[in-house]
Design a protein around this ligand. Structure first.
Ligand code: BGC
Length: 436
């Protein structure tokens, strides 16, 4: 018997740029190719999901999963301003049809970090005009493909830019302090390691800071501005709210075309905990990470909750990972209990159906992944038993893929991919999740 209620979505997630390959008209593609790039390696053919989606969706379905979250790539649909590419629409139509043929419920994200390069050249995610561009693209996709979807996530981790702003500021402070303290040659490396462990997405802080000046000049050549505002650039408070307005405008456009679609966005939430004395700092963190978004999303159809770990605060700020804690390849703590804690906290404030749109760990030992999924999903079931309407659990990620600046070294997947032959091999965790 399944541990989940009837109709519950059990699945896995990916994002276009991380798996499809050759996303050549996107901002990320351009950044990866730069001389002074912060990326460890470029995405190139990724894991060729663009051509192998059928195999990937079949594997997911055969293992017993019933839902697949993926993203439609704006840079493919609208590679140049106002030019919509119908061949790419047809591609995504086939992906959606493939899901339905396998009785897999698609959960479609319309923006998962990457944007068309032209959007960034026009000011990107600090420029109010982007709201209009984004809503126009969302309307177009809904007109073309809306009848094949039920669940739409407008923006993935709309709060990531603000998290990155905080992390960059923290990194600079730490680096200065360490340099002063010891004048060590490896001071910045140490600061990088400890700060990177506190960011939930693949960033190379040290490379970013070291190349800053040179990057500015190159950015000017490539994007026409020294500071291109991609979706996950360090956000200003205005840019942060701009993303909320883009979500609202997109939702309005989608509903005008197809009122039946279930629309929400996703946020990256940590299980924020306070040590005695750290309550105020933790409360401020929660306000920044979640609370101030509530007015913008409280009328959505669902909330996409993404969680990877916890963060603990004392009166001085974020605490180091506890001594002896098990870490993921991303350098943060394996802490599956965080998911249920986030669900409870978010539901108490939102009172909306909650879909876990991402939760996972990057580890080489798949048994650890199985244990993580077991713990995390037990937590989900406890929440459901308490009366919280959790509608799905989508593991990140269906397959090992391009972890942004960190490249291909982080293995989050339920499926392993040999990138020289593009051969897929299911890890035991795939069947484990499918069997729950
Ligand atoms: C993002 C994914 C990313 C994952 C693991 C989330 O922040 O949505 O794109 O790969 O976390 O870091």
């Amino acid at each position: 018997m399944s541990r989940f209620p009837e109709g519950f979505l059990v699945g896995a997630a990916t994002a276009a740029h991380q798996v499809e390959g050759n996303n050549v008209n996107s901002d990320y593609w351009a950044m990866e190719q730069m001389q002074y790039t912060s990326f460890t390696e470029p995405s190139l053919a990724a894991v060729d999901h663009y051509h192998r989606y059928e195999e990937d969706i079949s594997m997911l379905a055969a293992a017993g999963l019933n839902s697949y979250r993926f993203s439609i790539e704006w840079a493919r649909i609208e590679p140049r301003e106002g030019e919509f590419d119908e061949r790419e629409v047809e591609h995504y139509r086939k992906v959606l049809e493939c899901c339905h043929a396998h009785k897999v419920e698609p959960v479609v994200t319309l923006l998962h970090f990457t944007s068309p390069k032209w959007v960034i050249e026009k000011g990107g995610w600090e420029e109010p005009q982007t709201i209009t561009y984004f809503a126009r693209y969302c309307r177009y996709v809904t007109q073309q493909l809306g009848s094949l979807m039920h669940y739409v996530c407008t923006i993935n981790e709309a709060n990531m830019g603000l998290q990155i702003a905080a992390i960059s500021a923290r990194f600079q402070v730490q680096m200065m302090a360490k340099m002063k303290q010891a004048q060590q040659a490896n001071a910045s490396e140490e600061a990088a390691k400890s700060t990177e462990g506190s960011v939930q997405v693949g960033l190379n802080m040290q490379k970013m800071m070291a190349n800053m000046e040179k990057q500015k000049a190159e950015n000017l050549e490539v994007f026409g501005t020294e500071t291109p505002q991609v979706f996950v650039s360090a956000r200003t408070p205005e840019g942060d709210i701009l993303a909320m307005k883009a979500h609202q405008a997109a939702k309005k456009a989608i509903k005008e075309v197809n009122p039946k679609l279930q629309v929400g966005l996703s946020l990256s939430l940590h299980d924020i905990q306070a040590k005695p004395g750290g309550e105020e700092v933790a409360a401020k963190e929660w306000e920044e990470e979640f609370l101030h978004y509530v007015p913008y999303i409280k009328d959505d159809d669902f909330f996409g909750l993404q969680n990877y770990t916890r963060s603990v605060y004392d009166e001085n700020g974020i605490c180091a990972t506890p001594e002896g804690a098990e870490l993921t390849q991303m350098d943060y703590e394996i802490y599956p209990q965080a998911l249920a804690a986030c669900i409870r906290k978010a539901y108490a404030l939102l009172q909306l159906p909650i879909m876990v749109t991402e939760n996972g760990i990057a580890v080489s030992d798949d048994e650890k992944r199985v244990r993580f999924i077991d713990e995390a999903t037990k937590g989900v079931c406890d929440c459901i038993a308490e009366g919280i309407p959790v509608t799905g659990y989508l593991y990140w990620s269906l397959m090992d893929n391009f972890e942004w600046q960190k490249g291909y070294s982080m293995t989050f997947g339920l499926i392993e991919v040999d990138r020289t032959t593009m051969t897929r091999s299911a890890k035991p965790s795939l069947a484990y999740l499918g069997g729950l």
